[in-house]
Design a protein around this ligand. Structure first.
Ligand SMILES: NC(=O)C1=CN([C@@H]2O[C@H](COP(=O)(O)OP(=O)(O)OC[C@H]3O[C@@H](n4cnc5c(N)ncnc54)[C@H](OP(=O)(O)O)[C@@H]3O)[C@@H](O)[C@H]2O)C=CC1
Ligand SMILES: O=C1O[C@H](COP(=O)(O)O)[C@@H](O)[C@H](O)[C@H]1O
Length: 495
C-alpha cells in the first residue's frame, strides 16, 4: 500500500549517463527513498546513447552515492531494483517506441498508475525535440499525470526562449512544466518568504520608508572549469543574473501574496519583475558594470585568466562578472536601489543578501566625526545559512557612543554549494505537483526581456577592456563606484 505521503510514479531521466544525473539526481532520489517519500511504487528509467545495461546503471547509481558521501543503508539493494536503463538517441523517433514499452513494463512491475515525470538532464538544444516526440509518440499518458522537468538554460535570449517555450507548450500544459532554477531549492532562498511574511518585525519595515538599499552578492571562487564552451557563449549576465539573481530580487520585492499558493506567489513575483525599470543604452554605465578575470590567486592558489581557460576564445569578450543597480518602479520600492553582483574567480564563495535600513531621523548619539552604523538584516544563503541582524548597542567605555552589535542565527550549510539538497527538494516538490519553487514562463520571459536590454546596450558600446579584475578579487573597481555614486558601499562578505 502506498501511504498518503508517497507518490507512485516513473521518473524518466534523459541524460542519465551525464554529470547532473550522477552528482545531483541519483543522490537526491536515494534521499527521497530513504525518507519514505517514494515507497515501493516507483521506478527510474535512465536514458542516453551509451550502451549500458540495467545493471551498469545500478552500479553507476551506487558509485554516485558513494562519491556524494551519502550514508547508505541496508535498503540500497531494494532501491537499486527500481532503476532501469535504455540506450537511445533522443533525435530518433523509433527510440520513443522502445522507451514506451519499457515504461509500460515498469509500470506493471511496480504497480504504478501511469504517473510520469520526464526529467530533461540534457543539453538545451534537445529540449524541444524530446517534448515533441513524447507527445507525438504517445508517451504522455492519458490515465495519470505527466510532468516535464526542464534544466537551464531556458533559451539564450527572449526570442530563443519563446521558441523553446512554444515547442514544449505544444506537448505539455504550463502547469505540467517544471522549469528548474536550483536557487529556488536552497533552504534560505525559500526562507525569504518566511522571514518576510511570518515575522511581524520585518514586514512593516519592508519598503522605501525604512530601507535605503538592498545588496545581493553571489560570488564564486571557481572558474569555468570544464564548461568553457557553454560559458563563453553565455557569460555571467545570462548564466546567473537572468535566473538566480532575478529570482531572489523578485522574492525580496514582491507584495505579500493573498495566500501561499503557487499561482498567488507567482503572480506577485511576476508583478515585481514587471516593475523593473528598463535600462536604456546611454545609461548603461551608470547602472551596470561588466568584468572578466585575469590571472591571479584564489585562496593562495595561482590560477589562469579566463582567456586561458579550456574551450574559451583567447580574445573572448565574455563577461565573467556583473554588477548592477536595479530600480523597481512601484509604490513600495521607488527610490530604493537593489544592487546585485555575481562573478567567477572571486575572493569568496558566498551568496548573501544585505538589507540596509535608513538611518534614524535624528541620531542622539551622532557626533559629527562618528561613523553612523545603519541597521542591517543579512540573509546568508550559502555556505552559511541563516540570518544576522546588525543593531547599535552601547559602547562599554562610559562614553555616550554606540557600537554595532550583531545578532546571529546562522549555521554552516548542509546544502554545500549546489549540492543534492536543493535538487532533492525540487524533485520532491515536482513529484508532489507543487510548482511554487519553479519558474513560470512569464517570469522567464520578463527576466530575459530585462537582461536582453542590458546585453544590447553592451553590444552597442565599445567593449570594456578585458581582463579588468584579478582572479581572487571582488571584481572590477567600477563595481564599487556603482554604489559610491549613491553614497553607499558593498558590505563585506564577512558581515
Ligand atoms: N552538471 C551540472 O551540475 C548542471 C547541469 N545543468 C544542466 O543540466 C543539463 C545536463 O547537464 P550535464 O549532465 O552536465 O551534461 P552532460 O554533458 O554531462 O550530459 C549530457 C547527457 O546527454 C546525453 N546525450 C547527449 N546527446 C544525446 C542524444 N542525442 N541522445 C540521448 N542522449 C544524449 C549524454 O549521454 P550519452 O553521451 O551517453 O548519450 C549525457 O547523458 C544541461 O542542460 C545543463 O545546463 C544545470 C545545472 C547544473
Ligand atoms: O546555475 C549555475 O549556478 C552555479 C552556481 O550555483 P551555486 O549553487 O554553486 O551557487 C554556477 O557555477 C553556474 O555557472 C551556473 O550555471
Amino acid at each position: 500500500m502506498t501511504s498518503k505521503n508517497q507518490t507512485s510514479c516513473t521518473i524518466v531521466i534523459f541524460g542519465a549517463t551525464g554529470d547532473l544525473a550522477k552528482r545531483k539526481l541519483f543522490p537526491s532520489i536515494y534521499n527521497l527513498y530513504t525518507k519514505g517519500e517514494l515507497g515501493e511504487h516507483f521506478a527510474v528509467i535512465g536514458a542516453a546513447r551509451r550502451e549500458w545495461s540495467h545493471e551498469t546503471l545500478r552500479e553507476k547509481v551506487e558509485d554516485s552515492l558513494k562519491e556524494s558521501k551519502i550514508q547508505v543503508n541496508d535498503d540500497l539493494d531494494d532501491f537499486l531494483t527500481h532503476f532501469h536503463y535504455i540506450s537511445l538517441n533522443v533525435t530518433s523517433k523509433e527510440s520513443y517506441q522502445n522507451l514506451h514499452s519499457l515504461i509500460t513494463e515498469v509500470e506493471g512491475k511496480f504497480s504504478i498508475p501511469g504517473n510520469r515525470m520526464f526529467y530533461l538532464a540534457m543539453a538545451p538544444q534537445f529540449f524541444g525535440t524530446i517534448a515533441s516526440y513524447l507527445k507525438s509518440e504517445g508517451l504522455t499518458n492519458e490515465t495519470g499525470w505527466n510532468r516535464l522537468m526542464i534544466e537551464k538554460p531556458f533559451g539564450h535570449d527572449l526570442p530563443s526562449a519563446k521558441k523553446l517555450n512554444n515547442e514544449i507548450r505544444e506537448a505539455f500544459r504550463e502547469d505540467e512544466i517544471y522549469r528548474i532554477d536550483h536557487y529556488l531549492g536552497k533552504e534560505m532562498v525559500q526562507n525569504i518568504e518566511v522571514i518576510r511574511f511570518a515575522n511581524a518585525i520585518f514586514e512593516p519595515l519592508w519598503s522605501n520608508r525604512y530601507i535605503s538599499n538592498v545588496q545581493i552578492t553571489s560570488s564564486e571562487t571557481l572558474g569555468v572549469e570544464e564548461r568553457g564552451g557553454y560559458y563563453d557563449k553565455s557569460g555571467a549576465l545570462r548564466d546567473m543574473v537572468q535566473n538566480h539573481i532575478l529570482q531572489m530580487v523578485a522574492l525580496l520585492a514582491m507584495e505579500p501574496p493573498i495566500r501561499l499558493s503557487t499561482d498567488e506567489i507567482r503572480s506577485e513575483k511576476i508583478k515585481a519583475l514587471r516593475a523593473l525599470r528598463p535600462i536604456s543604452g546611454d545609461q548603461i554605465d551608470q547602472y551596470f558594470v561588466r568584468g572578466q578575470y585575469g590571472p591571479g590567486a584564489v585562496k593562495n592558489q595561482e590560477v589562469p585568466g579566463y582567456r586561458s581557460e579550456p574551450n574559451v576564445d583567447a580574445e573572448s569578450n565574455t563577461e565573467t562578472f556583473v554588477a548592477g543597480k536595479l530600480l523597481i518602479d512601484n509604490f513600495r520600492w521607488a527610490g530604493v536601489p537593489f544592487y546585485i553582483r555575481t562573478g567567477k574567480r572571486m575572493a569568496e564563495k558566498s551568496t548573501k543578501i544585505v538589507i540596509q535600513f535608513k538611518d534614524m531621523p535624528m541620531n542622539l548619539y551622532y557626533k559629527s566625526n562618528d561613523e553612523v552604523h545603519p541597521n542591517l538584516l543579512i540573509i546568508h544563503i550559502q555556505p552559511e545559512e541563516g540570518i544576522s541582524i546588525v543593531l547599535n548597542g552601547e559602547k562599554l567605555d562610559y562614553s555616550p557612543q554606540t557600537t554595532p552589535v550583531k545578532l546571529d542565527y546562522a549555521h554552516n550549510s548542509t546544502d554545500k554549494l549546489n549540492t543534492p539538497e536543493a535538487y532533492e527538494k525540487l524533485l520532491h516538490d515536482a513529484i508532489k505537483g507543487d510548482a511554487t519553487n519553479f519558474t513560470h514562463w512569464d517570469e522567464v520571459a520578463l527576466s530575459w526581456k530585462y537582461v536582453d536590454e542590458i546585453d544590447n546596450a553592451w553590444q552597442q558600446k565599445k567593449a570594456t577592456q578585458f581582463p579588468n579584475y584579478e582572479a581572487g578579487s571582488m571584481g572590477p573597481k567600477e563595481s564599487d563606484h556603482l554604489l559610491a555614486q549613491d553614497g553607499f558601499h558593498w558590505w563585506s562578505l564577512d558581515e
